[in-house]
Ligand binder design. Sequence first.
Ligand code: HEM
Length: 459
Amino acid sequence: MKKPNNNKLPPGPNPFPIIGNILELGSHPHKSLTKLSQTYGPIMTLKLGNITTIVISSPQLAKEVLHKHDQTFCDRQTPDTLTALDHHKVSVIWLPSRNKWRKLRRICADNLFSVKKLDSTQVLRQKKIQELMDFVKEKSEKGESLDTGNAAFVTVLNSISNTFFSIDLAHYNSLESQEFKDTICGIMEEIGRPNVVDFFPIMRMLDPQEERIQRRALEVESNGRKDLLDSLLDLMLEDNSELSRSQVLHLLMDLFNAGIDTTSSMIEWTMTELVRNPKELRKVREELHQVLGKEQQQIEESHILKLPFLRAVVKETFRLHPPAPFLLPHKSSSQEDIELCGFMVPKNAQVWVNVWGMGRDSSIWTNPNEFMPQRFLENNNNIDFRGNDFELIPFGAGRRICPGLPLASRSVHIVLASLLYGYDWKLPNELEAEGIDMSENFGITLHKAQPLQIIPIQT
Ligand code: HEM
């Protein structure tokens, strides 16, 4: 990458002394920055405190950063809250893209997210979906509404904990699940606490290693299936293992942290858009019945390929409600100022990619604020969210792309297909579709501020 031949920063609003442009962010920074980019353009500079922040808001520039100059922009800006426990020095999410990070990414890719591994753990996740459907049936028989976000959270939490450890962590009706949800949602703030095991009790499972090692020997013999914990223990126990117990704890914590909230929030937003748009709800249910017949026992992950409209519904929701509106903060790994599209990017600047803004850009999408899944079957029919089409990159792209994408994609589609196949969904009587509260809580994950409560009607 070239050194800049001028000192021109990308344009942006004038910063105040000390605080810079922090006040411009407001409570919904994704909206404020989208608006500012309409004035200053798709590459813009803000000063957030003393950190120079470059905000990217177009697919072309996102491609420059995440594809063409991927190697330069693949480090992370670490939030201060994480530096206290040195979590950033072991975390796959926050490590710079060097050896340690590469090793952890390889462990994830080989031991968890490969097609073979995911196929072999599918049956564990399917059991969790069946439990969700039992809970939905109970609600339907009582005529009660379902808190979709909460139900999705418990299902995704247990699917992931079963994929990793073959155990459940929460139940639909218990207070525990709320506690767990609060823990995960607050985890970024709490991460500085000194004892990771106290903080995340599930990690105690790793402590009596001996017991687990003996138990798994019996289990593996009996069913031949290994979960992630088994694979990680194998790696830890290898001679000259480079993987320490502490690294395993941090990796597991990262995966829970990054995976559960994002996936369940996505399911809640999709159901919200569908009940707001009854025509699309009807269409997606019709497709399910046409493709799977009326008497399907259980939907399998392999069915997703046969459901193009459902896949379009998911893409459309990713476009409007990307769970990570700015991805995670990237940073240049260069020790010097560098040039990007004719501008100078200072060496310690962080880079945010405003995926939310790109999803609502009328120069890319017609009627960008409307929920129109059909667009992905017509003009935009080749666009996917796997990091090659820069108009739609809810998982990022390039070497920092979300490693959990294959599991997240399977989970989102299968939970939605299961909820929609046997049930029609109605709002409680007092609420009209136009009255659904669509407000968002901004954080690393963009949550729906008010939980979606809807009634399942068995069909
Ligand atoms: C709908 C669900 C999900 C979405 C939208 C999502 C999105 C993202 C995004 C945008 C990033 C940052 C990419 C970048 O910086 O350019 C990321 C990173 C990450 N995600 Fe996901 N994610 C989801 C589910 C998951 C799941 C299920 C897991 C694991 C169980 C996971 C694990 C991670 C990890 C470990 C990272 C950090 C990777 C790194 O920095 O090298 N995610 N994800």
